[in-house]
Design a protein around this ligand. Structure first.
Ligand code: C2E
Ligand code: MG
Ligand code: MG
Length: 720
């Protein structure tokens, strides 16, 4: 059946020649099958035009499309192909066969044409077919050319029920971020643009992440140009939904396609109607319903058919057989309990033992609302429990909630697996190291800017002392102990990293509320203090700095806030959490002297606080309110105030310098001026005030401790 594919590569056809070819209908539609990667069965086709120039010469589009575009004939060719495609689908229906959806290409010129939507509606009405059978391939470049217009067109097409595929994704520069804005149903990755022949591990990670992210955004992923088994295997493992390419099949004439594929299928019924509220099913996500009661199955099918592909089985055994082949596309299982043969409970237990099935979330659906049954289901591995008769909203909310979590988890699973094979993992703890943590966190923060993430920066208290006194072996064990505690305490979808030494970081994604994160911090502090580290007979604790993401955050900005909170936590005693932006909890150690550091510069504060050690509590003051609050809270415990003499002293700075002077009348509190090295203006401004000493930044080794100890002693002489 192979044809003599034309080799005319000049691409130079005159307008007249092309117009003539259109008028004489020398063009024909060929079909290239698409394969479902899970089943390796045909699941659709793409219509590709061929120019049958004479009896023996068939010319491929690459040789004439550019000329057609130049001569403004491409829209006409598109319309011709679409109409022929509708005719094909119509004929299949007439012959009693259930066709698969066929995708057609939409050129940029057609996309820009204001009549596009009405023309397509006219076509499907003329041939009496549902829009769900005609998929539209729009190239990434057309989108980049006129994003707003394309967004509107896509919206109109969706409202009617067409699905839209972004063709040649990867050839342009759009990011997944752009994709979030437009309602694309499927992403078509062209292997040509994502060469995985000489792929590096990084390419693989990118490809896997793109596939997972696309899935998460509700798009399915088709890979085209798949030529080798290696590519196919890789895509299968990466969770790609379907493929098109010479490895499976080249494009072929209609007769050949029909002989091979269409007449193997039997007609069922046309399920999708035009009126589906514009919601396009996300067929890459399958929900498996197992119930012997046909009525229940039908109701669940009805509830979810517009959102997901619903596969129904009448028994647990049948469900397991389906899962054998399709486990990777099933995102949720709803199972009844009381069924002839294997019960739902037994099914759950079976899944729990199976490496592949145990990661698919399961919901038990049953008529029994006995507490003991519910508990048994949860113990057997159920994620949730829904009682019959179904309340549509409740079933819907619970299922969608789990679907979302399940998709997220799978993104992280894959990414984590990828990183596990790489040196990006911290050797001692198997947590992500700084590079990997930063990379992944940035990706999450960028991709979900509207969700609130919490960043925990965690540091072991007195860790240096532990190492000095008990040795490094114990030190290492404590590090691992904290790592384990964090791994147990956080969700799979949270990122946990070790930034080196005794510093840990956790990005808790999409947190329910700020309180949840605060409680989590309190819980890990408690667990570490009172249980896990206790085994070494060592009293140690951790301090936590916590910050919440805001729109436009990057990891850096979020980290610097959490880090500042950590410093504050460290300086208010051990085992504390400080939330950035909230008032600092009181220093608990009643005997500890308090030193105020009035500076806008985060680094000045941390340099001083860290060099001095734990003999005093440090509070950073940024404005007059905080200063007054500190005085109220600590009055006699304040032993020294260090004031940053910045070059251009801001008005409020001047104000609280005055404020301090009043309070320190009679030599109450010695003031230490912080000056920048070599900055005479700094120094002169400082000398205007009756200061006790000058601290130069950056400080010579040992100077901070010396100056502050002397200042503290000064207080002792005057007051105590
Ligand atoms: P496209 O839409 O990205 O279509 C995929 C192209 O890749 C097809 O080439 C297909 O035959 C080819 N292909 C499929 N599998 C493999 C593979 O494993 N290896 C390789 N090397 N190639 C593979 P084709 O049919 O020559 O079409 C080329 C392009 O011409 C299409 O790219 C599309 O942009 C355009 N085109 C084709 N038909 C139409 C049409 O009706 N209207 C418009 N506007 N453009 C069309
Ligand atoms: Mg295409
Ligand atoms: Mg393509």
């Amino acid at each position: 059946m192979k044809k003599d594919i034309g080799t005319d590569s000049s691409g130079q056809f005159s307008k007249e020649e092309l117009e003539n070819a259109l008028a004489e209908e020398q063009f024909t539609v060929w079909l290239q099958p698409k394969y479902n990667l899970a089943t390796e069965e045909v699941c659709g086709a793409e219509a590709l035009v061929r120019w049958q120039r004479n009896k023996t010469q068939i010319i491929c589009p690459e040789q004439f499309i550019a000329d057609m575009e130049k001569d403004n004939l491409l829209s006409e060719l598109d319309y011709f192909v679409w109409e022929k495609t509708c005719q094909i689908i119509h004929d299949w229906f007439q012959a009693g066969k259930l066709p698969y959806a066929i995708s057609v290409n939409v050129s940029t010129a057609s996309l820009m044409n204001g009549q596009l939507v009405s023309f397509l509606v006219g076509l499907i009405s003329k041939y009496g077919i549902s829009p769900s059978f005609l998929q539209l391939e729009i190239t990434e470049n057309a989108y980049l050319h006129a994003p707003e217009h394309v967004e509107n067109v896509i919206k109109s097409l969706h409202d009617i029920g067409f699905s839209v595929i972004m063709d040649d994704f990867g050839s342009g520069y759009s990011s997944l971020n752009t994709l979030k804005r437009i309602q694309i149903d499927a992403l078509k990755l062209d292997m040509k643009y994502l060469p995985i022949k000489d792929r590096t591990e990084n390419d693989e990670i990118i490809l896997v992440s793109v596939i997972k992210m696309a899935n998460w955004l509700g798009m399915s992923v088709i890979a085209e140009g798949v030529e080798t088994r290696r590519q196919k295997d890789f895509l299968q493992g990466a969770g790609c939904d379907s493929v098109q390419g010479h490895f499976f099949s080249e494009a072929m004439s209609l007769e050949e396609y029909e002989a091979r594929y269409v007449y193997h299928t039997t007609v069922v019924k046309e399920t999708t109607s035009i009126d589906n509220n514009g919601i396009v099913p996300k067929f890459n996500m399958t929900i498996l319903v197992i119930d012997d009661d046909e009525m229940s199955r039908e109701i669940l099918q009805y509830i979810f058919q517009e959102l997901y592909h619903v596969h129904m089985c009448g028994s647990a055994e049948e469900g397991l057989a389906y899962l054998k082949r399709n486990a990777n596309r099933v995102k949720l299982i709803l199972t009844d309990n009381f069924m002839p043969g294997m019960s739902g409970m037994e099914f759950l237990r079976h899944c729990k033992q199976d490496q592949v099935l145990k990661v698919i979330p399961q919901i038990m659906i049953t008529t029994s609302d006995e507490t003991s049954d519910q508990l048994e289901a949860f113990r057997a591995g159920a994620y949730d429990y829904i009682t019959k008769p179904f309340v549509r909203e409740i079933v819907m909310t619970r299922v969608m909630h789990i679907m979302e979590i399940s998709c997220r988890t799978s993104i992280f699973d894959i990414i984590e697996q990828k990183y596990k094979q790489k040196p990006e993992l911290d050797a001692a703890t198997s947590l992500l190291n700084k590079v990997a943590f930063s990379d992944l966190s940035n990706r999450i923060i960028e991709t979900f800017p509207n969700e609130q993430q919490a960043l925990f920066v965690i540091d072991i208290d007195d860790f240096k002392k532990v190492n000095d006194v008990h040795g490094h072996l114990i030190g290492d064990q404590i590090i691992r102990c904290v790592a384990d505690e964090l791994t147990n305490a956080f969700r799979k979808t949270d990122l946990i990293g070790r930034f080196g030494g005794d510093e840990f970081v956790v990005l808790a994604t999409k947190i329910q509320s700020q309180d949840t994160a605060k409680n989590k911090a309190a819980e890990i502090i408690k667990n570490i203090m009172f249980s896990s580290v206790k085994q070494f007979n060592i009293n140690t604790s951790i301090s936590v700095g916590l910050a919440f993401s805001e729109k436009k955050d990057t990891l850096n900005t979020l980290f610097s806030r959490a880090d500042k909170a950590l410093y504050d936590a460290k300086n208010t005693g051990k085992g504390k959490t400080v939330v950035y932006g909230e008032s600092i909890p009181p220093i608990t150690d009643d005997d500890k002297p308090v030193i105020l550091i009035c500076s806008e510069d985060e680094q000045v504060y941390s340099t001083i606080a860290l060099s001095y050690g734990e003999g005093a509590g440090f509070i950073r003051i940024e404005n007059v309110n905080q200063l007054e609050q500190a005085f109220k809270q600590y009055h006699s415990r304040i032993v020294t105030a260090c004031i940053d003499m910045q070059k251009d002293i801001p008005p409020e700075m001047e104000f609280f310098q005055q404020f301090l002077l009043q309070k320190s009348k009679g030599g109450g509190i010695p003031l230490v001026a912080i000056c920048r090295e070599g900055d005479m203006r700094n120094l002169k401004a400082a000398l205007e005030f009756p200061i006790y000493d000058v601290m130069v930044i950056p400080p010579p080794i040992g100077s901070i401790e010396r100056i502050l100890s002397r200042a503290i002693m000064e207080v002792g002489i005057h007051e105590r």
